[in-house]
Write a protein that binds this ligand. Sequence first.
Ligand SMILES: Nc1ncnc2c1ncn2[C@@H]1O[C@H](COP(=O)(O)OP(=O)(O)OP(=O)(O)O)[C@@H](O)[C@H]1O
Length: 295
Amino acid sequence: MTNEPNQAAPGRTGRHAGVSGQGNPRARAGAPRAGHAPAASMTSQLSRSLPMLEVDDMAAPMGAPVITFDHVTKTYPAQPSKPALHDVTLQIFAGEFIFLVGHSGSGKSTFIRLLTREIKPSSGKIYVADEDLTTMRNWRVPYLRRNIGCVFQDFKLLPNKTVFENVAFALEVIGKSRHVIKTQVPEVLRLVGLSDKLNSYPDQLSGGQQQRVSIARAIVNRPPLLICDEPTGNLDPQTSRGIMDLLERINRTGTTVLVATHDREMVDNMRRRVIALDRGHLTRDQDRGVYGFDV
Ligand SMILES: Nc1ncnc2c1ncn2[C@@H]1O[C@H](COP(=O)(O)OP(=O)(O)OP(=O)(O)O)[C@@H](O)[C@H]1O
């Protein structure tokens, strides 16, 4: 995902390989072949994410996969006989909006932690825009993470910094100039509807507003991929809807959005691609899917 040359991912499998009977018609009808676009062009394609906010234009999945899991198994040492993820194979394409669903302990956080290279798989391969995370050198990991915005259930805002400073901090740590910060921070706070809260502190905001700040922080550097782990877990249904509307708007700019959630109503209402995990197994991968688990 950086502009440096990468080895193209070898031997990719189909997007829905490993899941029987729940295929995606778009994929079956000749989904773009994996691994055929060079990483650099992929990057320039993906990096044009935020500035053009055309809310009515639904982004269609583009050529090469942004994410590939190729027979990924993750076993934690503490539970050697019970893999947290077991032989998961899937592909996610640029511009998709995906729900990752499953009961507590099904492997959603493990999936996300593998994607951000917090942890490595026990076996199998993971590619993010043709970068092989399993062989990626540690010094490259921060560059990977610049391309992945992360949003969490508990917001993770710095309590002693204002809204502006919280968002600006994400740019400061990657060395962006004051000029860029002064331009991009107000712009992204306008996008999330918080122009009037620049000087407020997190404890002066509602939960929904705090989550908007954390989304602003996640996208201010215009990452091509946004990962949200239970983004509405602490919010009431109406506020949650507003957050999901915002994530859909961000998705429509071309940003790939992956949302791990227990929010059945949201998933059932939005009817986006659903990837379901059950005790570490990929059990369902559906376009316009539903939550699908009994409570
Ligand atoms: N660091 C760890 N060490 C040992 N086992 C772990 C570790 N992290 C997770 N697990 C185990 O791996 C399995 C998957 O956990 P994971 O946190 O990925 O699930 P989850 O779907 O995100 O759950 P939740 O919805 O509750 O966050 C569980 O059995 C969990 O106990």
